[in-house]
Design a protein around this ligand. Sequence first.
Ligand code: FMN
Length: 210
Amino acid sequence: MADLSEFRKVYDKGFLVETDLPHSPFDLFENWFKAAAESGTYEANAMTLATATANGYPRARVVLLKSYDENGFVFFTNYESAKGRALAENPQVCLAFFWEEQERQVIIEGVAEKTSREVTHTYFQSRPRESQLGAWASPQSSEATREELIQKLEQLNEMYPNEIPTPEHWGGYVVKPTKIEFWQGRPSRLHDRIVFENENGSWKRYRVAP
Ligand SMILES: Cc1cc2nc3c(=O)[nH]c(=O)nc-3n(C[C@H](O)[C@H](O)[C@H](O)COP(=O)(O)O)c2cc1C
């Protein structure tokens, strides 16, 4: 068995004090996201998205956060993928970010809804041509050979010499948060964890044990 017991670090790059915190978790998320991005984190917007089917089978994978505001956290994907099928059965999701440089984690629990077609269309049309063709060519999460995918990509490239239409099977989800937890690594494993929980439209804040 591979022994990883010596893989351990002391976390001492920051702390979370209630009196310093903004009232809105979105303001704190913005501060933390900017700190991660500005410190050169590779894909600071990469987040783990966990879904569960109606029968409770979980699956987690990384997707990219493409926008956020008080309405929620937006990512784009194939609606017919494994995650798309899980979300059609059960919209409850969890998002997790780990920003190594700051020794920080953010966990967002919430409900995913499809974005409007307008939001999807605007984003799809802003993507590079190769990514647009890829979205059309890939039956995401279904069995496919590399040759089939390349052939499909070439056919699509010829079929759409100019603008590429936005596929119906592809689009955004906005995760509307019910709970957002901010975790800051601290020495002696006494990490700081502050939870913001939405109660009837206003955010309640409390500390939980590490
Ligand atoms: C850094 C990174 C970013 C990714 N971004 C996305 C994304 O924004 N949307 C997406 O559908 N898949 C993205 N993927 C691929 C997913 O992790 C996953 O393989 C794919 O969505 C299929 O997942 P599913 O079969 O569980 O639906 C990304 C993977 C990595 C490693």
